[in-house]
Design a protein around this ligand. Structure first.
Ligand SMILES: *Cc1c(COP(=O)(O)O)cnc(C)c1O
Length: 439
């Protein structure tokens, strides 16, 4: 492993200027909006964040997998600026523009499944999820929504009901929506089940508790992000899909975090021989400009009345221009291969750390989406270790995200433009942090 480069962090963290801003934040911003790392960012370039005190951090969060092509990406910035100069808004539902149609078309080409598809665009991930569910219900004329343990789908009123964790997302926010049925997922580190076995268990539970004929859709992340980078056992997703296909249940893949190259393929579903009917897309699609989409089977996408889908900012033209550049870059030869290569390098480094530090119970992930599950000696979740390690890495110049329903998974989502040098430096920082933690 390489050593840590020049001192990235020059002050205590947060530094004095960040502390001033945090005090102002406490006065003027809702306490329910709670930054994980209160280092206020002044600029960002590539895989580096620079805060208002001049400290640098290697960004292994990427705004939770949004800046997949790196901060300050020249292609997306150029495309967005050019569009801003032409026009910033008309509302596609009033007077349309080409960018929206082109993004819609391109998404139909790259999403899994060889059948006619259509898209609709929104602004946020939760909006995409809500619309996918509306569409699935209208198409099937059924109400039930099936979700799995450890799922995360957003923070709007409907999506609060879809999430596994009540706190902090839903606690105190009133009754959660009905007709949502939760079943078990595949979590090989804990359940030790083969994929098909885990799927049969999940299906049996849904058949009893929801009633197959009541289900409009199954909504599932191919790899759970927030839930702790949980990679299902092979055969889990495809077995669920077959059951849905046989029973008229629309399969919705939440690829908001896993999509668009992050796992080394355009969509994570492709790793699992999983062909959803609808795909929810957001996060990385426009390099940080809010944009989301639902893409899927044309006949399902057309189920609602004309005018049913849209919103003031849905499919904003600046975001569409940026998205077209993102798609161009992802479709450039070698980009996805590089994401896969990052995964191999990251996984090798993390497995080497696992062999030395028993606090690491499991290392898992694909491409530039990896997690390490932190455990106590008896294998139970160890959120204290996450808190200690994320603090130690922050002080050494590396931002790592939390994940896991117990906040006990270190989650890594570097840009797929990250260099080997920076990757190795991040691993070296993590190694130092683990040594300090274990000392
Ligand atoms: C982030 C995320 C969402 C919600 O997206 P927002 O843009 O925050 O509304 C939904 N599902 C998954 C898997 C996500 O990672």
């Amino acid at each position: 492993m390489s050593t840590i480069a020049a001192q990235r962090v020059k002050t205590e963290v947060p530094g004095p200027r960040s502390q001033e801003l945090a005090a102002r934040k406490a006065e003027f911003v809702s306490a329910s909006v709670n930054p994980a790392f209160p280092v206020y960012i002044a600029s960002a370039e590539g895989t580096t964040l620079t805060d208002v005190d001049g400290n640098e951090f290697i960004d292994f969060g990427s705004g939770i997998g949004v800046t997949t092509l790196g901060h300050g990406n020249a292609g997306t910035t150029g495309a967005a600026v050019e569009q801003i100069e032409r026009f910033t808004h008309t509302l596609f539902g009033v007077t349309p523009y080409e960018g929206y149609v082109e993004v819609s078309r391109r998404l139909t080409e790259i999403t899994p499944g060889d059948f006619p598809k259509k898209s609709m665009l929104g602004s946020t991930g939760a909006e995409a999820i809500e619309n996918a569910i509306k569409i699935a219900r209208a198409y099937t004329r059924r109400n039930g929504i099936a979700v799995v343990d450890h799922a995360y789908h957003g923070r709007t009123n409907l999506t609060l009901g879809l999430n596994y964790k009540a706190t902090p997302y839903a606690a105190g926010a009133g009754p959660r929506p009905g007709e949502i049925y939760r079943t078990s997922n595949s979590y090989p580190f804990h359940d030790g089940l083969e994929g098909a076995e885990a799927a049969r268990r999940a299906i049996a539970y849904l058949e009893k508790t929801a009633g197959t004929e009541n289900l409009a859709c199954l909504l599932i992340e191919p790899i759970q992000g927030e839930g702790g980078v949980i990679v299902p056992a092979p055969g889990f997703l495809s077995t669920l899909q077959r059951w849905c296909n046989d029973n008229g249940i629309v399969v919705i893949a939440d690829e908001i975090q896993t999509g668009l190259g992050r796992t080394g393929k355009m969509f994570a579903s492709e790793h699992f021989d999983f062909v959803p009917d609808l795909v929810a897309i957001a996060k990385a699609i426009a390099s940080g400009i809010p944009l989301s989409a639902v893409t899927g089977r044309a006949e399902i996408m057309d189920a609602m009345a004309p005018g049913a889908l849209s919103g003031t900012f849905s499919g904003n033209p600046v975001a569409c221009a940026a998205a077209l550049s993102v798609l161009d870059q992802l479709e450039t030869r070698g980009t996805l291969d590089r994401a896969a290569e990052i995964g191999e390098r990251l996984q090798a480094g993390l497995l080497a750390l696992k062999s030395r530090f028993p606090v690491i119970g499991d290392v898992r992930g694909l491409g530039a989406l990896h997690g390490i599950e932190l455990v106590h000696a008896d294998g139970t979740p160890n959120p204290e270790a996450y808190r200690a390690l994320s603090r130690l890495t922050l002080e050494r110049g590396l931002i790592l995200m939390a994940g896991g329903s117990d906040g006990h998974v270190l989650r890594m989502l570097p840009a797929i433009t990250v260099t080997d040098e920076v990757l190795d430096e991040a691993l070296a920082i993590l190694e130092h942090a683990l040594e300090a933690y274990s000392a």
